[in-house]
Design a protein around this ligand. Sequence first.
Ligand code: GDP
Ligand code: GDP
Length: 438
Amino acid sequence: MSKPIVAIVGRPNVGKSTLFNQIGKRRVSIVDDMPGVTRDRIYMDAEWLNHTFTMIDTGGIEFDESDQILRSMRQQAKIAMEEADVIVFVVDGRVGLTSADEEVGHMLRSAKKPVVLAINKIDSPQLEANIYEFYNLGLGDPIGISASNALGLGDLLDAVVESFPKNDYEEKEEDEISIAVIGRPNVGKSSIVNALIGEERVIVSDVAGTTRDAIDTHFVSDGNKFMLIDTAGMRRKGKIDEAVERYSVMRSLRAVDRADVVLMVINAFEGITEQDKKIAGYAHESGKGVVIIVNKWDIFPDKDDKSTLRFTEDLRDELGFLQYAPVLYTSALTHQRIPRIVELVKYVADQQSMRIQTSVLNELIRDAVSVNPPPSHRGKQLKIYFMTQADIRPPKFIVFVNDPELMHFSYLRFLENRLRESFGFEGTPLKLIVRGRK
Ligand code: GDP
Ligand code: GDP
């Protein structure tokens, strides 16, 4: 099921990123802490009352520097109105209502999305009277909060969670593999989708079943069922503002959420961009399979038999944590290797579902420990008792040790590499969890 998306909008300095960080504070895990994954994040998963949602700080989306504040606020609001399930509009209760607030408030009133109005910097009860003038925005009851002191956040989150849409996506079929196609504009996403659909037998297409006009396309290939997520979003071009399209990380995040396997499309000329990496980082953290498609390979100049090898090497240098993703060189124009895409997706989905027996894992641990003894700290050495696989999609392993404090990140990385050398796990992230045993 897809996680709801909550967008935080508001003028600079009202406290958006403080709020964002407060709400997301409690979530830490080993995989999330991998270097290179979490820097400068603008999205974060958060939890409240058994609801998990993805939060986006639209203030962190990079706009052209030449943009005026009001202009970028309008853009933020537009993106939020287009993509989010709930919008949290943050204003500054000390500064009071400004004309920029009014302007954005006016836009948000016309949104068909629920808006929760947060009056920030209400640090003490004496300041509570400041919230009343914000009723003028016509966005319902203002909620006084203090992001830096973590006051009122419970009430705010209650209001957010209450506004979540109920069950708006059709469930996908059990044995169906869902695919999200992501990448910057013009890399060839729509062309690839059209080529894929053209090659395969489409079962149901363009059935608008939801309020959000997300249209998924189901097809069967070689006896396997697949679903392409939000095909309409890709085809809807022209209707959406270019800027909205350009910064539309939210649609991508939502698609990634619903996917088993993510097709990360780049083109042969520009390679991978920062925005691509952020979304790839999200896919990685969410445990999704990833296949990298280098499209427009037909017009890549001066190709020889080493071109893909060289390109892949450069790409691997760029990719950091995504080393496990297979790379495919395609042309949506000539259909070169387009049929390979579904084969690879199926392959990666199988890799994600692979289960390794505990006895086999323990053999691996014995070997690993003998070639590379575990680290020690202050005379105490890490002992690994055993490892067992707890889950699939993504594969999750629990490593039982004498003292988790002694486990070093680089040693976990080493164990992960051993797992990959022995079993493949191509295209899928692995989760390794360390547990102490007294
Ligand atoms: P953003 O630009 O909207 O993301 O705002 P920031 O989160 O960067 O905050 C701007 C400034 O407001 C910083 O100096 C924060 O420390 C301050 N700030 C944020 N929340 C509060 C609050 O609840 N009370 C007070 N007094 N200051 C706050
Ligand atoms: P999207 O914005 O990522 O969905 O990209 P489109 O599928 O709309 O493609 C953008 C442009 O690139 C269009 O003019 C396509 O015809 C062209 N294009 C897409 N794939 C290829 C390809 O593999 N080779 C070449 N030469 N052109 C392509």
